[in-house]
Design a binder for this molecule. Structure first.
Ligand SMILES: Nc1ncnc2c1ncn2[C@@H]1O[C@H](COP(=O)(O)OP(=O)(O)OP(=O)(O)O)[C@@H](O)[C@H]1O
Ligand SMILES: [Mg+2]
Length: 580
């Protein structure tokens, strides 16, 4: 518990310190509000008593005005406190969201492979939303409630010692009763949240795969699963709601007991002529306020538990370290890069995909990488881009071990055009520069010209401002590749990895691609996972992968001329069984 409090404190301190002034104003407003709430029943008592005693009208009017003023200020303070509290809470939680998102984005691919996007959204957004009250009002409200309850008990004890004692007992009992009754709904609420997360995770994944689902007639199955998950959410939600209602009944019951206690006492003491009718009213009013604050206090305690679970998860996420440690920062040289694999073995989890690979490429060489589907071609390129670290062995780029340089350098000097180019719902410009405003339009246009894409570019309705659809819809696979070429060219890397799409494309696009590829490869080292014969012909060397091992590696022309080579056999069949 102590450890936990310390962690809460550290988190509060870190995110509230930048806005301590507003937090202080908030605290003052809350305390002032409490003082006013204590004051107004006193005013009413005086009013009732002096009215019954036939007091002067002007005095009564004065009291009434004072009461109104107090009530009005209380409302104003409440509004201000809510406004500032919400602002403080959102500012703190948004900062935490940004920190978490940045942390997660910097984590290795292994981390991301293990989690669905839906799960991460829930962890980064859902958990933090549960913390907004914690950041804005938590400490103030707990301290405020304790102050208020204590204050009322003191005032009541001064009025009548026995009443003070009885109500103190009532306050403590209801605190416990309310606090334990809150537990009733915790499990059901957690289940409801889990169901929500499961449903959203499912929807997200299926939407991402909508093409394949449609194409394979998976619609009915998907909908059925959707119904199942929705049904689960419905029952879980209903259960949580019923339990919440039960809690509500308990709260109202306890309030009624409090009212009965104070009214009974008041009537009895009034009958004994020990107190005035105004004091009876005061008892009643104070008891009600006190019950409200006991309720508030248990809410806050409950919130602390919920916040505790969220904070635990947030801290777990923040302390997840990158399995990929950045190197010392040895610079990768300029110009075309050499590549050297040394006894490299790699596995995604259990299954070994690349086995003891050793080969090297001289700077400026174009390597055509061939192999059946699943043989590990894409995986090999991911290793070069350092999306994963090898299990054993190493990769050197122009003599620099990938693990000695910085990821940033790697991504600068090596460029990858993936099998399925990702495009975003944004302008062509942003898709090309990845939202980097430092890249001038002039430069983009120059690259487009250099790659021979002028004509294609002129056909765009709004030039660089042309918006692409969601996920780059409206763009063919070939065009997406062209855009990816421009991306690569803008960065001027020394090694280009090209994972060619296996899909067929129209002749015009194919011709454009060929021309662009020619420019792209000039003066660079390249590894091309080729699916088309025309691309294979660009390669200086050919390497054929089979089940993660090198089956053949050599000069393209030499292999093509050697009738006993795998490559020449492939050429004979027109690479047919290589495609797809
Ligand atoms: N992220 C991943 N996690 C786990 N296993 C993976 C992952 N990516 C690929 N694999 C597995 O690794 C093996 C090699 O996959 P890879 O994508 O490298 O093959 P490929 O040669 O590029 O195939 P294709 O020609 O179909 O693109 C496959 O068995 C695949 O199922
Ligand atoms: Mg592949």
């Amino acid at each position: 518990m102590n450890m936990q409090l310390k962690r809460y404190g550290a988190l509060l301190f870190r995110y509230l310190r930048p806005q301590w002034r507003r937090a202080l104003v908030l605290a003052i407003l809350v305390v002032a509000n409490i003082a006013l709430q204590l004051l107004s029943p006193q005013l009413l008592r005086t009013f009732i008593d002096s009215a019954l005693a036939g007091g002067v009208t002007s005095g009564l009017i004065g009291l009434a005005l004072a009461f109104l003023a107090v009530g009005f200020s209380q409302q104003i303070f409440s509004v201000l406190a809510t406004y500032i509290g919400t602002d403080v809470g959102w500012t703190a939680t948004n900062k935490l969201r940004v920190d978490l998102a940045e942390h997660c984005l910097a984590l290795d691919m292994g981390f991301h492979n293990e989690r669905t996007p839906g799960e991460l959204i829930e962890r980064i957004d859902g958990d933090i939303t549960a913390l907004s009250n914690f950041f804005s009002q938590f400490v103030i409200k707990i301290a405020g409630s304790v102050l208020m309850i204590g204050g009322i008990l003191v005032v009541l004890t001064i009025e009548n010692r026995l009443l003070g004692l009885v109500l103190a007992g009532y306050a403590i009992l209801s605190l416990f009763a309310l606090n334990s009754s809150r537990e009733i709904a915790v499990k059901a609420t957690a289940e409801e949240r889990e169901s929500t997360a499961a449903l959203f995770g499912f929807v997200e994944e299926r939407l991402a795969g909508i093409d394949d689902i449609r194409a394979n007639g998976g619609g009915a199955f998907t909908l059925r699963k959707f119904y199942e998950l929705s049904q689960h959410l419905l029952t879980a939600g209903r259960r949580a709601w019923i339990k919440h209602s039960l809690m509500w009944v308990i709260v109202v019951g306890l309030f009624t007991v409090g009212d009965l206690l104070s009214l009974g006492f008041g009537i009895y003491l009034f009958g004994q002529h020990l107190i005035t009718i105004g004091t009876v009213y005061l008892f009643f009013q104070y008891t009600q306020i006190m019950a409200d604050f006991v309720d508030e206090l248990t809410h806050q305690l409950q919130d602390m538990q919920k916040a505790g679970a969220s904070i635990g998860r947030v801290q777990e996420l923040l302390s997840t370290t990158n399995r990929m440690v950045d190197g010392e920062g040895t610079a990768i040289p300029d110009g075309p890069l050499g590549v050297e694999f040394e006894k490299l073995t790699f596995a995604y989890g259990e299954a070994t995909i690349l086995k003891d690979l050793s080969f090297s490429l001289r700077p400026g060489t174009v390597l055509g990488l061939l192999g059946r589907t699943g043989s590990g071609k894409t995986t090999l390129t991911r290793m070069l881009f350092r999306l994963y670290d090898p299990v054993s062995g190493s990769i050197r780029i122009s003599g620099v071990d990938l693990r000695d340089t910085r990821l940033e350098h790697v991504r600068q000097r090596i460029a990858m055009v993936t099998q399925e180019v990702q495009l975003f719902h944004a302008s062509v410009r942003d898709n090309l520069t990845f939202f980097n405003r430092d890249v001038t339009d002039q430069r983009i246009l120059a690259v487009i010209g250099e790659l021979g894409l002028d004509e294609w570019f002129r056909a765009l309705p709004n030039g660089l401002d042309t918006m692409l659809g969601a996920g780059g819809s409206g763009i063919s696979a070939g065009e997406a590749q062209l855009l990816a070429f421009v991306r690569v060219f803008l960065r001027n890397p020394g090694l280009v990895i090209l994972d060619e799409p296996s899909s067929r494309m129209d002749l015009a696009t194919e011709r454009l691609l060929e021309r662009a590829m020619h420019r792209l490869l000039k003066g660079r080292t390249a590894i091309i996972i080729a699916h088309r014969l025309s691309t294979v012909r660009r390669a200086d060397e050919i390497m054929i992968l089979d089940h993660g091992t090198i089956q053949e590696h050599g000069n393209r022309a030499g292999l093509a001329d050697d009738p006993s080579s795998r490559f020449s056999a492939l050429l004979q069949t027109g690479m047919e069984h290589m495609a797809a």
